[in-house]
Design a protein around this ligand. Structure first.
Ligand code: PBG
Length: 332
């Protein structure tokens, strides 16, 4: 039964807001370090890092530096790190063979992290774009992004990452049928404990712009990704995608981007009650950092408020470039 609200002045909703103690007691949602997944960029080279211009505070790191960063993240209590490779045109081919090479940058980084920081969960990205000559997440035939041939390649990529020691596979490609195909291959290849965090409701968004700079995809990409990523006007379709991915064996689902799509997070959590994550993407990070650098916003406060919003929207965690900064702040 719903309690009825006594009329004013018996009910004064400001009573519970009057002191830090009462506000703490009545706070419904909180952010903790357990909620963070940290996306990092790995590049070729020896013991080096370079800044990403459109993402102030974010760098690309060589494999050994990624391993060091993972150790630091583990020490901060961050439960998971997610690897994205920076690739030049020389790594890109029409057949994308580097994507499932056991020694590609991602797989090297997985092994190095497992060595340096065995307790942090390692998440990957599964999509062909870092290795594709035209920057698309799938194979292109006669101007069309083909589905089924791409899924076969993504399965090879998934198996190579599982073999290297990944804990969480992150298919970000938005092809149909990829979760089921990957799950079946993992089961039959002895990787039954490898989890899948599906980029389930991934929208065709302009907020990915700085990321494409970070991974070297901006100049490679021809056209847009609208035939596979979702239309920003759609909401019900996200629920169909979640139902589909769960039925194919996804362990966790993701909504991406984050802040502009909090309504989707809430619908997904309310409808399915499964582990639900959001990706606070590069453009969201860049906006907040740019405003903070200009002195227009308080950087730390908007960082924490934006992350808390994901919890309020029902998310169990969030992929965020702020992860180490937020973790340090929470450590006090
Ligand atoms: C590509 C991929 C993208 C992101 C993660 N994986 C970009 C895209 O779809 O073009 C975006 C992440 C971000 O913007 O922070 N498979």
């Amino acid at each position: 039964m719903k309690p009825t609200l006594a009329p004013f002045p018996a009910t004064r909703l400001r009573r519970m807001r009057q002191s830090p103690a009462l506000r703490a007691l009545s706070r419904q949602n909180t952010l903790t370090v357990d909620d963070l997944i940290w996306p990092v960029f790995v590049m070729d080279g020896k013991d080096d890092e370079t800044p990403v211009a459109s993402m102030p505070g974010v760098v690309r790191r060589t494999v050994n530096r990624v391993a060091q960063a993972a150790k630091e993240a583990q020490d901060l209590g961050i439960p998971a790190i997610c690897i994205f490779p920076y690739t030049g045109m020389e790594a890109r081919t029409e057949d994308c063979a580097m994507a499932w090479d056991p020694d590609n940058l991602t797989n090297q980084a997985i092994r190095a992290i497992k060595d340096a920081a065995p307790d942090i969960a390692v998440m990957t990205d599964i999509a062909l774009d870092p290795y594709n000559i035209n920057g698309h997440d799938g194979f292109v035939e006669n101007g069309e992004i083909v589905n089924d041939r791409t899924v076969d390649a993504l399965v090879k990529m998934a198996l190579a990452q599982a073999e290297a020691g990944a804990d969480i596979l992150g298919p970000s490609d938005m092809m149909d049928g990829r979760i089921g195909a990957m799950r079946a291959a993992l089961e039959s290849d002895g990787h039954q404990n490898v989890t899948i965090l599906s980029y389930t409701a991934k929208y065709a968004s302009a907020f990915y712009g700085p990321f494409r700079d970070a991974v070297g995809a901006s100049s490679a990409l021809t056209g847009d990704k609208k035939t596979y990523q979702m239309d920003p006007g759609n909401s019900d379709e996200a629920l169909r995608l979640v139902a589909r991915d769960l039925s194919e064996g996804a362990d966790m689902v993701m909504v991406k981007p984050g802040m502009p799509y909090l309504d989707i997070c809430r619908r997904v959590k309310d409808t399915f009650g499964v582990p639900t994550y959001a990706y606070q993407v590069s453009g969201e990070y860049a906006m907040l950092q740019a405003a903070a650098q200009n002195g227009w916003l308080d950087g730390e406060k908007v960082m924490m408020e934006s992350l808390l919003a994901f919890k309020r929207a029902g998310c169990d965690g969030v992929l965020t470039y702020f992860a180490p900064a937020a973790a340090k702040l929470m450590q006090g």
